[in-house]
Design a protein around this ligand. Structure first.
Ligand code: ADP
Ligand code: MG
Length: 223
């Protein structure tokens, strides 16, 4: 897979022949220095951006030249996202945030709220369902985001520096939860530049200047 950004007369070749194959159930850390192309890769995999050449296949479906509507549809069906900055909707309460991806799936309001409560229980936030995001700590917000990412039963969970804004104790708690979610069979791709965090995954893919320089399976550090 290749990806360039055009800026005026300049072309910035950001991904240079990325060849990556991830099986169902894997837990992959994508590492590399700032600017190495980690977020670009994750955004293409997440259908938030498009690649220029090469093949991207997700769960047996070729992903190419999708219009925005189709991309949104596939994103909803296949993918869950966790971001460093949580990306919760501030004017909706916790349960409404978790239920949001289900809104686009033709699920009744009552069912949506039951599913949201199920996943809030899964992340230990049942008592916070009717609170607003700004009443929560960073760790709690990220757990809400994880519940939201899981609610639509995605094939693949994409996380871009999910612990990047958290202190080390809270990071460990969030990573423990993410490990348990992987134990249950969920495939996870996580961008991180922290070695401690990468050691809690099961495979490390290292990027440098848009190329994969290392791709190794590791002994997962458990919490
Ligand atoms: P990382 O996440 O590893 O820090 P990125 O994928 O964000 O790296 O960026 C890789 C390179 O691509 C950087 O040089 C960055 O400036 C550039 N870049 C990223 N997004 C864009 C964009 N939308 N337009 C132009 N250049 C971009
Ligand atoms: Mg990045």
């Amino acid at each position: 897979m290749n990806k360039s950004y055009i800026m005026g007369a300049n072309k910035l070749h950001v991904l240079k022949g990325i060849n990556l194959d991830v099986d169902e159930g894997e837990f992959v850390a994508i590492m590399g220095a700032s600017g190495s192309g980690k977020s670009t890769l994750l955004n293409i995999i997440g259908m938030l951006d498009t690649h220029d050449s090469g093949l991207y296949e997700l769960a047996g479906v070729k992903i190419e030249k999708l219009n925005e509507r189709k991309a949104a549809n596939y994103r909803n069906k296949f993918l869950g996202f966790i971001f460093q900055s949580y990306n919760l909707i501030n004017f909706k309460n916790v349960a409404e945030n978790v239920a949001l991806p289900l809104y686009y799936q033709n699920i009744s309001r009552k069912n949506r709220s039951q599913i949201a409560m199920h996943y809030l229980e899964r992340v230990g936030l049942t008592d916070w369902a009717h609170h607003m995001p700004n009443e929560l700590s960073g760790g709690q917000k990220q757990r809400v985001a994880i519940a939201r990412a899981l609610a639509a039963k995605p094939k693949l969970l994409l996380a871009d520096e999910p612990t990047g804004a958290l202190d080390s104790k809270t990071s460990a708690e969030v990573m423990k939860l993410i490990q348990e979610i992987n134990d249950e069979g969920k495939t996870i791709l996580m961008v991180t530049h922290e070695n401690d965090i990468a050691q809690m995954c099961k495979r490390i893919v290292r990027l440098k200047d848009g190329m994969i320089t290392e791709d190794i399976k590791i002994e997962q550090r458990r919490l």
